[in-house]
Design a protein around this ligand. Structure first.
Ligand code: SF4
Length: 432
């Protein structure tokens, strides 16, 4: 794919027959508010098959004036509101957001970069986080207490984060305690250390904080696992099995020492003997976006471009990571492209909005997404400029809409787990 039009424009052109190609759902051309009051779902696209938890936040219907205004009017209203608010507001845009959203962002980055960007703007009374729910929670945990964090559409969750709920993790923890006990061994290491990926609820970060555990990002997962192995005989890693497996495998942990925990079955569907030999117990979670990539796509890219560099995100399944030339976080991918000599060819296995933006930013290279089907993250997609206009105009009028507030009883232990991560690698600035 050589077009550098935004993903949204590309989808519209495909559906109208003006461009050849395929998108994963014809519903992607609809505005996100078409899904806010429908039967609960993650919205159109990659995550449609995943089940939305009954407790997931719901978005009220956006007022009509924001649903019916033209793109030009919404654009003008956002700029006017931002100008009126000045330094009182900071707007953050995740790499995976559509271009129509990130054009309003004061900072663009991955989840942890953005949480830190919010912290670096203490004069901002409000942080408008154009990302998904767990990211806004993280920003609330690390930002100043007087700052409010706003998620423009409350329905922008993350299907992977939702795959590990705190009740299921607590239940797993109890079963593991029954099996292993809770006392340290002769070497001083406790039986299990919980490790949660940044892409998880604040409650799970708090669980890790309370139980001697830690948070990791896709950039520092190896450093964090080393930290955990120094303190524990084994690790319980959630919610993303692929990041856990890919990282532990690269560290030399055999696959048979990484059983998968299925929370719907007793002992996770494993035998006591398997769990006894386990080094890393992997939660049965995954990212619907990164699960789409296949080895056949990599083979096709190599056949068409023998010189291609295939780089994939570690949320991809192991077979994809093994078949790629390199794997790494969004920050790794971005830096690899920036450092490459002109004329390089890259096939990238991560969310398509980021890939398209990199293709536009580096026209001296050939950069394309491994998946020929245009399929953005369906939960990131729930953010749209009309919701940004709605929350910003609310702030101008003195009203905070869609605040994400993590209670202190959760935020404090969650912060402990995040701080352990920072201490494990003080210069960590990257996430998914
Ligand atoms: S790309 Fe995957 S992990 Fe990231 S927000 Fe979307 S569903 Fe969640």
């Amino acid at each position: 794919m050589t077009t550098t039009a935004s993903v949204h424009t590309t989808i519209t052109r495909i559906q109208s027959g003006k461009q050849t190609g395929e998108s994963c759902s014809p519903e992607l051309v609809k505005s996100p508010w078409a899904f806010d009051l429908q039967a609960p779902s993650y919205g159109p696209g990659a995550s449609m098959a995943d089940r939305l938890p009954p407790t997931a936040p719901r978005q009220e219907l956006l007022p009509e004036e924001y649903r019916t205004a033209s793109d030009a009017e919404i654009h003008a209203r956002i700029l006017t509101a931002k100008a009126a608010l000045g330094d009182r507001v900071v707007t953050l845009g995740h790499f995976y957001q559509r271009d129509e959203v990130v054009q309003y962002a004061d900072f663009i980055g991955d989840s942890f970069q953005l949480a830190n960007a919010a912290k670096a703007k203490p004069e901002a009374e409000a942080i408008v986080f154009c990302g998904v729910h767990f990211m806004a929670e993280t920003a609330d945990i690390v930002s100043a207490p007087e700052q409010v964090v706003i998620l423009p559409n409350l329905a922008a969750g993350c299907s992977m984060a939702d795959m590990a709920d705190s009740d299921s993790v607590e239940e797993c923890w109890e079963q593991l305690a029954d099996l292993y006990g809770t006392q340290p061994g002769a070497d001083g290491r406790v039986p299990v250390i919980p490790v949660t990926y940044m892409n998880s609820s604040a409650e799970l970060k708090a669980f890790c904080g309370r139980n001697g555990g830690i948070v990791c990002t896709s950039s520092n997962a190896e450093t964090v696992l080393k930290w955990a192995f120094e303190r524990g005989q084994r690790v319980l890693f959630f919610p993303d099995q692929h990041l856990g497996r890919n990282t532990a495998k690269a560290m030399g942990v055999p696959l048979e020492e990484m059983p998968l925990w299925n929370s719907r079955r007793p002992l996770g569907g494993q035998t006591p003997e398997t769990l006894d030999a386990a080094k890393v117990i992997l939660w049965n979670g995954f990212c619907s976006v990164h699960k789409r990539f296949t080895v056949a796509q990599i083979e096709k890219a190599r056949a068409e471009y023998p010189e291609v560099r295939v780089i994939v995100h570690p949320e991809c399944p192991m077979a994809i990571v093994d078949a790629a030339d390199e794997y790494g976080s969004t920050d790794y991918i971005t830096k690899a492209i920036a450092a490459a000599p002109d004329g390089s060819v890259f096939a990238i296995g991560t969310e398509i909005n980021l890939v398209q933006r990199l293709a536009a930013e580096y026209p001296q290279h050939t950069i394309f997404c491994l998946d020929p089907v245009v399929c953005p993250c369906s939960t990131m997609y729930r953010i749209h400029p009309s919701y940004i206009a709605w929350v910003l105009e609310g702030l101008v009028a003195g009203e905070v809409r869609n605040q994400i507030s993590v209670p202190a009883s959760v935020a404090e232990p969650a912060r402990v787990a995040v701080e352990r991560m920072l201490a494990a690698r003080p210069d960590t600035t990257m996430a998914s």
